[in-house]
Design a protein around this ligand. Structure first.
Ligand code: ADP
Ligand code: MG
Length: 430
C-alpha cells in the first residue's frame, strides 16, 4: 500500500495541527476529519460523524476505504473506540479502553504506579458513599494543602487543591452535589500536594518500544501570572527549559520505561500517545497524571518541531516497528498562544468575524480550534478560537514572533494572555 486514506477523529486546535502535519506526509492519501474545523478542511474533507456512534464510524471507514483511524481526544478512547475498530480489523492509532484507563481512572493510574514503583504523590481512595471517611482521613493527616480528585474524566473540572479543613468540607459537599461530577466522582482520590514546577512529556508507544516525541509546559489558568479559573489551556511553549538532559533521562528510566513495561506485564499494552504530566520536585520528577493522547495546546507547540513524517511514525507504531524509528527534532523553540472568546471559560458569544488570518508571516502558524466558515469568511464558534504558534532560535525569539502575529488577528472580544512563555524565560534568565 503506497498511500493511506486516514480518518482523524476530533476537531480542535490539536487536530488542525495533526492534519497539517499529516498533510506533509508522502504517504497521505485522502484525509477525513470528524468533525474537523476550517483548519483541518485545508488538508482534506470534514465529515459530520457522531463519534459516539462507533458503528457509524466503522461504516464510514468501509465506505470510503479508510486505511487508518487516528483518534485525537480522550473521550472516544476511554469509551473503547479503539477496541471496537480493532475487532473489525480496522487499523487504529490510539490505546484500547483498558490502557486508556491510565487517563480514564485516576484510581487505576495511582494504583498502577504503586505496583510498579513509579514516583507519584501519596494517596488514598474513597467511594462517594464514604466521603465522611475521606474527611476523617484528611483531618487525621492534618497537612495542607491537600488535593481532592474525582476519579473519572471531568474535562479539567474535577481537581481541587484545598488549603485548610474548611475548604475540604466545602469541596466535598460541592463534589457530592454537582451533578456534572456525579459519574466522575463515584470514586475520590485524596492526594499529597507536590511542591514544584510542572512539565509534560509526550511519548509514542507501540506497546513495547517507546520514544519521547518532545516536551512542553502549558498555562492552564485564564489570567496572567497563572491566576483565575482553570481552562482547557491558554498557551504552551516547547521545549521546557526546566527539563534538562539529566532530568529527561531520569524521566525515561524512572517513569516512562516502567510505565510501558508495567502495562505490558498487566496485559494492557499501551499503544498510542502517552502524555506524562510531571511535577519536578526537589526529590526528582513525579507523575501528576497520565493522559492517553496529545495535549491541547501542547500538541500545537510540539508538532512543528518534529521532523519525522508523522504518518510514517504512526504506521510504524501500528505495525509494532517503532524500534526502527528515532525521533528527529529541528531544535527550534515554539510558543503557542490561544486566542479565546471574551468570557471563556464561562459564558461567551459566538459568531464574531475574524480578520487578519492571511496577514501572518512565515515565523508563525495559525491553528484553528473553535471557528466556523461561512461564505469564505471565518467566524468564532467556541471558547478557544485560534492558536498562534511562533518559532525561534531561542524561547525569547519564539515568544516575540508569536505575539507579533497574534497582534495581526482580530475579532470582537478577542482575549489572550500576554505572558505565555514568561515562566520558561524566567528560568533561563536565572
Ligand atoms: N498532587 C498534586 N500536587 C500539586 N498539584 C497538583 C497535584 N495534583 C494535581 N495538581 C494540580 O492540579 C492540576 C490538575 O490535576 P490533574 O491530575 O492534571 O487533573 P486533570 O488534568 O484531569 O484535571 C495539575 O496540572 C496540577 O497543577
Ligand atoms: Mg492535567
Amino acid at each position: 500500500m503506497d498511500k493511506y486514506n486516514v480518518l482523524l477523529i476530533g476537531g480542535g486546535g490539536r487536530e488542525h495541527s495533526i492534519a497539517w502535519k499529516l498533510g506533509q506526509s508522502e504517504k497521505i492519501g485522502k484525509l477525513y476529519s470528524a468533525p474537523g474545523n476550517p483548519g483541518t478542511a485545508q488538508f482534506g474533507e470534514n465529515v459530520s460523524l457522531d463519534v459516539q456512534k462507533f458503528e457509524e464510524i466503522a461504516d464510514f471507514v468501509d465506505d470510503k476505504n479508510v486505511e487508518l483511524v487516528i483518534i485525537g481526544p480522550e473521550a472516544p478512547l476511554v469509551a473503547g473506540l479503539a477496541d471496537f475498530l480493532e475487532e473489525k480489523d480496522i487499523p487504529v492509532f490510539g490505546p484500547k479502553k483498558a490502557a486508556a484507563m491510565l487517563e480514564g481512572s485516576k484510581e487505576f493510574a495511582k494504583e498502577f504506579m504503586m505496583r510498579h514503583n513509579i514516583p507519584t504523590a501519596d494517596f488514598a481512595v474513597f467511594s462517594s458513599t464514604d466521603y465522611d471517611d475521606a474527611l476523617k482521613f484528611i483531618q487525621t493527616k492534618d497537612t495542607y494543602p491537600i488535593v481532592l480528585k474525582a476519579d473519572g474524566l471531568a474535562a479539567g473540572k474535577g481537581v481541587f487543591i484545598c488549603d485548610n479543613e474548611e475548604e475540604v468540607k466545602q469541596r466535598l459537599l460541592y463534589i457530592k452535589k454537582d451533578s456534572s461530577l456525579a459519574e466522575a466522582a463515584q470514586r475520590l482520590v485524596v492526594e499529597e500536594f507536590l511542591e514544584g514546577e510542572e512539565a509534560s512529556v509526550f511519548v509514542i508507544s507501540d506497546g513495547h518500544t517507546s520514544h519521547i516525541i518532545h516536551n512542553a509546559q502549558d498555562h492552564k489558568r485564564i489570567g496572567e501570572g497563572d491566576t483565575g479559573l482553570n481552562t482547557g489551556g491558554m498557551g504552551a511553549y516547547s521545549p521546557a527549559p526546566l527539563l534538562t538532559h539529566d532530568l529527561l533521562e531520569r524521566v525515561k528510566k524512572e517513569i516512562i520505561e516502567p510505565t510501558i513495561t508495567g502495562m505490558q506485564l498487566e496485559e494492557k499494552a499501551y499503544f498510542g500517545i502517552l502524555y506524562v504530566g510531571l511535577m519536578i520536585t526537589k526529590d526528582g520528577p513525579k507523575v501528576v497524571e497520565y493522559n492517553c493522547r496529545l495535549g491541547d495546546p501542547e500538541c500545537q507547540a510540539i508538532l512543528p518541531s518534529l521532523e519525522n513524517d508523522l504518518l510514517e511514525l504512526i504506521i510504524a507504531a501500528t505495525e509494532q516497528r517503532l524500534d526502527e524509528k528515532s525521533i528527529q527534532l529541528d531544535n527550534q523553540y515554539r510558543c503557542c498562544v490561544v486566542l479565546a472568546s471574551e468570557g471563556y471559560p464561562g459564558k461567551y458569544e459566538k459568531g464574531k468575524k475574524i480578520t487578519g488570518l492571511n496577514d501572518t508571516d512565515d515565523k508563525a502558524f495559525i491553528f484553528h480550534a473553535g471557528t466556523t466558515e461561512n461564505a469564505g469568511d471565518i467566524y468564532t464558534n467556541g471558547g478557544r478560537v485560534l492558536n498562534v504558534v511562533g518559532s525561534g532560535n531561542t524561547l525569547e525569539e519564539a515568544i516575540e514572533h508569536t505575539y507579533a502575529n497574534v497582534e495581526k488577528i482580530n475579532f470582537d472580544g478577542c482575549y489572550y494572555r500576554k505572558d505565555i512563555g514568561a515562566k520558561g524565560l524566567k528560568r533561563i534568565q536565572n
